[in-house]
Design a protein around this ligand. Structure first.
Ligand SMILES: NC(=O)c1ccc[n+]([C@@H]2O[C@H](COP(=O)([O-])OP(=O)(O)OC[C@H]3O[C@@H](n4cnc5c(N)ncnc54)[C@H](OP(=O)(O)O)[C@@H]3O)[C@@H](O)[C@H]2O)c1
Length: 274
């Protein structure tokens, strides 16, 4: 098994644990006996989850904006100051712009790069440099099926997730034999706060993506932790999402791009607004 054995001084640092998939990954790890360090900006939400989990395992709460380089640089040090070793890191925090690039503020386009890309490289590098000398550790990065193909309507977001996929797979190869493992969780659509944060109407999105593609957050979280524990490298929860991701990955771009352009609810919204 690839997950380090839990101990009173070990912790799993989970970013984006105040909501959605990240909160459920923390629940899943706690159910398996791992102490968790919950990280996000909304500390009140983290504290609620800490109250829920603290009967089972040691839970720490650290408010941190992972888009902020200085805050990120101190995160794993703060874990150490609390007498804990980061044995597991889950890079789950993520945001995404939805709609046409022509109508998206530049700041929003760049913010998703800081959270989805910069923070993943930063925290992964710091964790790897602690874990490799110990010969032990596990890192779960959350990508997306959107990372397997260009995605009109979520152009920048899909590109950040393509980065996460490529980076995680490459680093997994580099670290083979060191005792440190990486896995990649690539969810299809999941009902969380993600769409609301992006300013997207969840009903319009639900109508555009067939019901069979949607998965409950807890199931997705369990699949990710199972993939890490089983040292399986990557998982896309649900056969329909696996098939559609592969189909879109290999579909000729001259067919794929107009299809997505016509169907994407964010682009439809932007067209009807203009
Ligand atoms: N939902 C989907 O359909 C779907 C599909 C594929 C992949 N994913 C990926 O799954 C991951 C989790 O998303 P979700 O669906 O669970 O969305 P969510 O419910 O909106 O949760 C996002 C989490 O990220 C945290 N976060 C955002 N910006 C942050 C920042 N600057 N610093 C620290 N934390 C930050 C949020 O916490 P605070 O706001 O409290 O900081 C929140 O806990 C993301 O990487 C997303 O790209 C989601």
């Amino acid at each position: 098994m690839a997950l380090p054995t839990p101990s009173p001084t070990s912790t799993a640092v989970v970013t984006g644990a105040s909501s959605g998939i990240g909160a459920d990954i923390a629940r899943e790890l706690a159910d398996r006996g791992h102490g968790v360090t919950l990280v996000a900006r909304r500390e009140d939400r983290l504290r609620e989850l800490a109250d829920e989990l603290s009967g089972r395992v040691r839970v720490e709460v650290i408010g941190c904006d992972v888009a902020d380089a200085a805050a990120r640089a101190g995160l794993l040090d703060e874990v150490e100051r609390r007498g804990l070793t980061t044995e597991i890191l889950v890079n789950n925090a993520g945001i995404g712009t939805i709609g046409s690039v022509a109508k998206t503020p530049v700041d929003a386009e760049l913010a998703q790069v800081r959270v989805n890309v910069e923070a993943v490289i930063d925290l992964t590098t710091r964790a790897v440099q602690q874990m490799v000398p110990r010969g032990r550790g596990a890192i779960l990065n959350v990508g997306s099926t959107a990372g397997y193909h260009p995605f009109p309507g979520q152009v920048g977001y899909a590109a950040t997730k393509a980065f996460v996929i490529n980076y995680t797979q490459g680093l997994r190869g580099e670290l083979a034999g060191t005792g440190v493992t990486l896995a990649l969780l690539n969810p299809g659509p999941v009902r969380t706060e993600f769409l609301a944060t992006a300013g997207m109407d969840a009903r319009a999105f639900a109508a555009a993506f067939p019901k069979f593609l949607w998965k409950p957050s807890r199931e997705v979280a369990r699949a990710g932790v199972d993939a890490l524990d089983g040292d399986r490298g990557a998982v896309t929860p649900g056969l329909p999402s696996q098939i559609s991701a592969r189909l879109f990955q290999f579909m000729p771009r001259r067919l794929l791009l107009p299809l997505l352009k016509n169907q994407h609810p964010g682009l439809k919204r932007d067209r009807s607004a203009s």
